[in-house]
Design a protein around this ligand. Structure first.
Ligand code: SAH
Length: 229
């Protein structure tokens, strides 16, 4: 899987991709991540990439030409087969279902916004999907882009032990059950007896019940959407 990320803050990606699972996926050549500085296509001596919004209002908007030109230079003909994403709080929500869909793409391009956002013509011209990491606003698209890369990469074959993928939150519309490890007792808190019993059927039933109870309590919206199906 190839990722191309377009940003005005390339240095923000140095550490998130330099550790642990992502680092190993890069070393094993399962993924390749290229970071492109949109400012290389900025305008004038200051390499400007933003301007005031048409129609008025506060803040600045990222201009279309430097972004579209960066993407075209980086991807060329590969653009046809690249799934382009624009990180945006007004995009469709990133869910495990969308992550799974993205993991099947041959190539993903991600555009990171700053300021008030990005000229709409970027997404229109590049036929990009607007994607949001959740219903809150962060100050730029870089951390959201790193989240997309991470969530997609861990699903790719050979990245992590596939047994650990089989049991996770959001797979069947349920949150995961609680985990415990040694010591079995700590400050008067005992691990539930069933987990120490060695009785696998009971453990499975307990975990399922905990997952359902937790989902009902914390995320009733997920229970309703499963009931609808
Ligand atoms: N004025 C915008 C917010 C801009 S935040 C609005 O109200 O919708 C600046 C940039 O941060 C955005 O262009 C986007 O790339 C990124 N960003 C902020 N919150 C995000 C979220 N929840 N998901 C994905 N990207 C986000």
């Amino acid at each position: 899987m190839k990722f191309d990320i377009f940003t005005i803050f390339p240095a923000m990606f140095e550490s998130p991709f330099a550790e642990s699972i992502i680092r190993r996926a890069i070393e094993r050549e399962i993924i390749d991540i290229r970071i492109h500085d949109i400012r290389d296509h900025g305008v004038g001596v200051h390499r400007a990439v933003d301007d005031t919004p048409f129609g008025g209002g506060p803040g600045m908007v990222m201009c279309a030409p430097p972004i579209i030109e960066s993407v075209e230079e980086a991807l060329g003909d590969e653009l046809q087969e690249t799934t382009m994403l624009v990180m945006s709080p007004s995009g469709e929500r990133l869910t495990q279902a969308l992550v799974t869909q993205l993991a099947a793409a041959p190539r993903i391009g991600i555009i990171c916004g700053r300021y008030e956002g990005i000229d709409q013509r970027v997404a229109d011209y590049l036929q990009a999907r607007d994607v949001s990491i959740g219903d809150y606003v962060v100050s730029g698209g870089e951390l959201p882009a790193a989240i997309v890369v991470d969530a997609v990469t861990r699903l790719l074959p050979g990245v992590i032990n596939s047994a650990s993928l089989g049991d996770e939150s959001h797979l069947e519309g349920l949150l995961e059950y609680p985990h415990y490890t040694r010591p079995a007792e700590y400050r008067d808190m005992r691990v539930p007896d069933v987990l120490l019993s060695g009785h696998h059927a009971n453990i499975r039933a307990w975990r399922r019940a905990m997952a359902e109870a937790r989902t009902r309590k914390r995320r009733p919206d997920l229970v309703e959407s499963t009931d609808d199906q």
